[in-house]
Design a protein around this ligand. Sequence first.
Ligand code: ATP
Length: 864
Amino acid sequence: MDDVYLTIEEVLNKYNTNRKTGLSIEQVHNASSLYGANKLKDKKQKPLITRFIDQFKDIMIIILLIASAVSFGVAIMEKDQSELVEPILIVAIVIANAILGVIQEGKAERSLEALKKMSALNARVIREGQECIIPSVDVVVGDVIKLEAGDFIPADARLIESVNLKCEESILTGESLPSEKDAGCEVPVDASLGDRKNMIFSGCSVVSGTALAVVVATGMKTQVGDIANLLDREEDQKTPLQEKIASLSKYLGLVSILACVVVFIIGMINGMRLKDIFMVSIALAVSAIPEGLPAIITIVLAMGVTKMAKKNAIIRKLPAVEILGSASVICSDKTGTLTQNRMTLVEIYTPGSGEIEKVSDNNSNDAKKLLEYATMCCDGVITVEDGLEHHIGDPTETAIIKACMINGILKEEINEKSPRVASIPFDSDRKLMTSVNIIDGKKVVIVKGAFDEMKSRCVNQDLAAAKEHNDEMSSRALRVIAVAYKYTDNVSAEDLEDGLIFLGLLGMIDPPRDEAREAVALCKRAKIRPVMITGDHIITAKAIAKDIGIMDDGDLAITGRELDKMDEDEFLDAVDNISVYARVSPQNKIRIVNAWQKRNHVVAMTGDGVNDAPALKAADIGCAMGITGTDVAKNASDMILTDDNFATIVQAVSEGRLIYKNIKKVIEYLVGSNIGELLTVFIAMVLWGLSPLESMQLLWINLITDGFPAIALGMSKGSDDIMLKGPNSKDENLFYGELGKRVLLEGMIIGTVTTIAFYIGSRFGVVGGRTFAFIVLSLTQVINVFNIKTDKSILKEDVFDNSYLNWACLSSLALMCVVLFTPLGKIFGLCKLQSTYYIVAILLSLFPTVLFEILKIRNQKRED
Ligand code: ATP
C-alpha cells in the first residue's frame, strides 16, 4: 500500500527503521546496494566520437577544412602529387588539434565537475542513534532525516514529526505558495501530490519549521525522478568573454573570406594560376584564425576556478568569474562574515539590580534566573569531550548556555527539570525565538530576541532604563538579547508572545575577524564600496562598521524601517552615502541591490537564510555562506564562501580580475599574431603574388609555437597593482579600448618584421624566404610573449617569474628546432640557412619587443 496512507508506525515497520536510532550501518549498506545512489540520472555523457566531431563545429576550422579540400581537389585534378602534402598535413594538424582539444576539455570538465561536487548538498540523518551529516547522494530508503528551514529535501519521505512545517513544492505541483505539512494528518484516498500533507518530496525545500521523516524513495524512484527528463537540466554556461570570442571568431572568419575574395581578384588580374591562388587563400584563412583560442580560454577559466576553490570560494556559475572582476559594491552580512561569530556573553542587565553586571561564576540571583530562562529558550548544545568544549548550534545561543554553565547551571539539568513543550524557532525576519517550558508544574512562555521587537510585547513595566542600557551596550559593539516571560494555559494562543514580563538584557561580544580590516581597506583601494547589511541593532552595527573601516566620517547608517519610509528617488539619491543598514528584512536587501544596480554598479551580496535567496539571485554575484548558509541560499548563489569570510570575497574579486586580465593577454597574444600573419600574407600577395608562409607553417605557428606559451600566459600570477586599479568595466567592448589598439599595433609590427624577413630570405629563393620568415615569426612570438605578460617595462620586472611560461617557451623553441633541423623540415617546406642568418633572425625578432619597451617607458613617463 502507498506509504502516504500508512500510519507512522506502519511506515517505520515497513522500512525496518527506528525513529530514534535510524538505520544501522549494515542496513544502510544493504539499502544502498539494493536501490543505488540517491541521484537523478546524469545528463547523458557525450560519446567520445561526438566530442571529437564537436571540435570541428568551429566556423574557423570549417573554413580551413573547405580550403584544404579545394586545394586537395585542385592537386588531384592537376595530378600534382607534391601539392597533396600540404592539404593532408593541414588536415593532420587539425585532427591532432581536435584530439588535444578533446583531452584538454575533458580535463577542464573534470575540474568543473569536482567543483560541483564540492558544492553538492548534504543531508542530516540519524544512523545508529547518532545524528550525522552525509552527502545527499548517500541517503537510502529507511533513513530517518532531520530537516529545518532552508534545507533541501534529499529524497521522498513520510513525515514522523513536524512543527510548523511549510515546504516549497513548485517544481512538482506548480504551486508557488509554500504548502503546509503535518506528520499527523490523514490523507484522503487518491489525494493529489499537493494534498499529500504527510509526505515531503525530493528536490523541494523547507520554507519554515522543523521535521523528522523517514525516507521512502530515492534517486529516480522519487516523484522528481519521474519527471526528471522533463526538467531543464543545467546547460553549459558560457562566460561573457567566451561569447565575445565566439563572435570574434565569426568576425575573423568573415575577414578571411573577404581577404580571399580580394586575393582572388588580384590573382586573376595578375594572371596567376588558379592553384596558386587557392594556396594563398588557404594561407590567408589559416593566418586569420586563432585556432587554439577557444580551447585555451576554457582551460584558463577551469584552472582559475579550481584555484579559487582552494582559496575557499567555490564558483557555481562560470560567468561569475568574470563578473567578479567588475564588482564595484560588496554588500556583506555582519555576523560571521565581518565578525568571528564567536559570541561571548559578557554583561547582564536586570531591572531588579538596575545595573549591568559582568558575567562571573557567581552572578546575582536575578541574573542567574535570566540566564536560566534564556537557556530554556536555546537550541544550541555544549558538549565536553576529553576536556574540550564543543559548541554546536547558533553561537548566540551557545554563548548564553556557556554563561549559564559558568554559574554552575547545566543545560541538561534545566531540560530535565523544566522540559520544553513547544517552541517557535528563531527567525531573522521576526528577530525573536519562543519556547514554552514547564517550570514548577506551570507552563511558562519564554521569549528572547532583539530589544526593539520585545519592548512592545512587555507590559506593566517602565522600560526606559532598559532601553538606555540596550543602546549603551550596543554602542560598545555588543549584541544585545532581551528576555521576557509569562505564564500561559494555551500554547497555541494567538497572543502567545504578548503581555510578557521583562527579565533583562544579555550583552555579548563578537569580535571582528582579524582579516576584516585589511580586506575592507583593500576593497577601498580597489575602488570597491563595502556596505554592511545586518539584522543587528543599528548602534552595534555602526560601532563594528567604524572599527573595521566600512563606515567613514560623513557616511550614513540607517535601519530597515527608515529605508521602508524612503521613496524610490529619495533612496537612489542617498544610496551612495549609506554604508550601514541595520535591522534589515530580506526585502530590504533586494531594494539595496536594485538601487546600486540602477546606479550602474555591479553588486556582490552575501546571504545565508531561505529569505535571502531572492536577493542573492537579484545581485550580480550572489555569495552564499558555506558554513551557516541554508541549501536554498546556496542554490540561489553564484559563489559559495566555504569559510563565510568577507576577506574571501575580496580575494575572489582579485582572482576574478586576474583571470580576466590573463584571458585578455592570451587574446592579445594570439589575435595580435594572427593579424600579423594576415598582413604578411596579404602584403606579399599584393607585392609578389605569392604567400610568404605556407598554410601548414602558419598552422604550426598558431597551434604549436603559440599554443603552449598562450596557456602559460593564462596562468600568470597577479601583481600587487591588480587591486589598486578600479573594477573592470562591465560593458567593456573588448576591442574598442586599449586591447584593440594594442592588438592592431602588435599585428602591424609582427607583419612588418615577418615581411622583411621573407624579403631578406628570398635571396635564397622562395623556400629560403619562407624558412627565414618562419624562424623570425616563431622567435618573435616566443620573445614577444614576455612583453605581453607585463604592462610594465620588462627591465623593471622579473619577466621569468612564471615558470610555466619559461618551460612553454623552451618547448616551443625545441619544437621549432625539430621542424627546422630534421627531415621533417622538408615536409614542412623549410630549408637550411647560413648560420649568420640565425643571428639576424634573433635580432629581427627582438625588434617588436624593443619597440614595445620604448612605448611602455614613454607611457610610464606620461603617467608620472
Ligand atoms: P547578519 O545579518 O549580519 O548576520 P545578525 O546575525 O546580527 O546579522 P540576525 O541573526 O537576523 O542578524 O539577528 C538579528 C537580531 O536578532 C540580533 O540582533 C539579536 O538581537 C536577535 N537574535 C539573534 N539570534 C537570536 C537567537 N538565536 N534567538 C533570539 N534572538 C536572536
